[in-house]
Design a protein around this ligand. Structure first.
Ligand code: 3PG
Length: 211
């Protein structure tokens, strides 16, 4: 049984957090092993498919050293279901009052999604300093994040959305970016095809982005 990691520890595990959409929970264990073989010990399983919660359970069983987060968390019900499935942390594309209440009630670590200075300010006021910037490329990219560093020195970001392997270094060199999120490490098509070799190779490429 592995020790539960803090959000900071989870964000430090890989320069790129693989964001995955899984249709078959039966593939989740092998997916986790393929990522681990490439050195990536963190994964965000999006709650976009009926298989997602079982996939989280499978990963925890097959690869206890993997830090598993649940993504696309939208409602208080999602928070409860992800916590029950054993997610170590949650990631949301946006934030709302009921969602925040559920996070605090269940004491779940979370990267709330923000895309404006007011949202950053609102999260900091609630003591939430680790944030997802989404959708990163569409909302101003690395330049937006660089502009946030002055007024919000306590905010640390995981930008996601449109960040390819080629664009990732522009983000990772910023002092207020801990890691980036991306679906390119384990694309849905590769998971569906059980192309573990490609996923392991992508994971190695992701780890090589560490500065
Ligand atoms: C998501 O939530 O789907 C992420 O932001 C992934 O974005 P990407 O597919 O552009 O990497």
């Amino acid at each position: 049984m592995s020790k539960k990691r803090s959000l900071d520890e989870a964000m430090a595990l890989s320069p790129v957090m693989p964001i995955v959409v899984i249709d078959d929970a039966g593939a989740a264990g092998e997916l986790a092993e393929a990522l681990l073989a490439g050195g990536v010990k963190v994964i965000e399983v999006t709650l976009r498919t009926p298989a997602a919660l079982d996939a989280i359970r499978e990963i925890k069983k097959a690869a206890p050293e993997m830090s598993v987060g649940a993504g696309t968390v939208l409602t208080p019900r999602d928070v409860g279901r992800a916590a029950d499935a054993g997610a170590e942390f949650l990631v949301t594309p946006g934030i709302n009052g009921p969602l925040l209440e559920a996070l605090f009630t269940l004491r779940m670590a979370c990267l709330p999604g923000v895309a404006t200075p007011s949202e950053v300010s609102g999260m900091l006021a609630r003591g939430m300093t680790r944030l997802k910037f989404f959708p990163a490329e569409q909302s101003g990219g690395a330049a937006w994040l660089a502009a946030m560093a002055g007024p919000f020195p306590d905010a640390v970001f995981c930008p996601t959305g449109g960040i390819s392997r080629e664009l990732a270094p522009d983000y990772l060199k910023l002092p207020n970016v801990a890691c980036v999120g991306g679906s390119w490490v384990a694309p849905a098509k590769a998971i569906e095809a059980r192309d573990w070799a490609t996923i392991t190779e992508n994971a190695r490429a992701a780890m090589a982005l560490a500065s």
